[in-house]
Design a binder for this molecule. Structure first.
Ligand code: 5GP
Length: 234
């Protein structure tokens, strides 16, 4: 087995065949509230790998460069070895989660425009929200990089809204991570029910990690349902 470069909460990063690539393995571990709540959900790694790979291929076909090179097996991929920018980009279409709690907007309220927010990627700090001038002041990213990330996030939101609407799912919000690779900004990490809020159109049934966060049960059933719908997309 290759040398381990990094063990994250839900993924393990291994050295790749050369210094431009890594192998990323998806774990079954599910965490919430900054790792305070944790459980092994057998099969979750494979489901997230399949969902994220499906979405990243779709984004690639539509002009978004991602880190995905190829699938190694059902729970791991070869990816471009990017330098991860330590800023999480959160896009919201509908009020939920932290946005509802912080701004007093009831969950499920359709937002008049989508929002893009930044957080520092830091478990120690609890991923605090941060603005563009603070990010450039600290040196986490340049203004040009932030512009590029914001533009890519808006385009990704449009593409994902179209994809999910086609399969009867409402994209409430999601989190993205980007990296620097060969002088370009590329989409890294994953897009899966772990990093998105997905509600069934018509019933508002939650098909995402809120089932785990809020003890709603049948977490894996919901993730399977997302994959089933995506794989049947026309
Ligand atoms: P909120 O800020 O409301 O907690 O989360 C907004 C969206 O971003 C949700 O879809 C949530 O799953 C995702 N998100 C925010 N922070 C993280 C994180 O640290 N890890 C993951 N996987 N998703 C996150």
């Amino acid at each position: 087995m290759e040398r381990i470069l990094y063990v994250g909460k839900t993924k393990v990063i291994y050295e790749g065949a050369d210094d431009k690539t890594v192998t990323i393995g998806y774990k079954d571990t599910t965490t919430a509230f900054n790792g305070e709540k944790k459980q092994e959900l057998i099969g979750k790694g494979k489901l997230n790998a399949a969902i994220s790979n499906f979405i990243y291929k779709y984004l690639t076909e539509n002009g978004i460069e991602t880190h995905l090179i190829e699938e190694v097996d059902t729970s791991s991929i070869t990816a471009k070895r990017a330098e991860i920018i330590q800023v999480e980009v959160i896009v919201r279409n509908v009020a939920a989660g932290c946005f509802s709690a912080k701004y007093g907007v009831p969950e499920g309220t359709e937002l008049r425009n989508s929002t893009v927010e930044f957080c520092i990627k830091s478990d120690t700090l609890g991923d605090p929200m941060v603005n563009a001038s603070q990010i450039t002041a600290i040196g986490l990213a340049t203004a040009d990089e932030l512009n590029e990330m914001s533009q890519m996030a808006v385009k990704i939101n449009e593409l994902l809204c179209e994809l999910f609407t086609n399969v009867g799912i409402r994209l409430i919000d999601f989190k993205l991570e980007f990296g620097r690779y060969d002088g370009r900004i590329i989409l890294c990490d994953e897009i899966s029910p772990d990093s998105c809020r997905l509600w069934e159109i018509g019933t508002d049934r939650k098909l995402d990690k809120d089932r785990f966060r809020r003890d709603l049960g049948n977490v894996l059933g919901a993730y399977k349902e997302v994959l089933r719908r995506l794989e049947n997309v026309k």
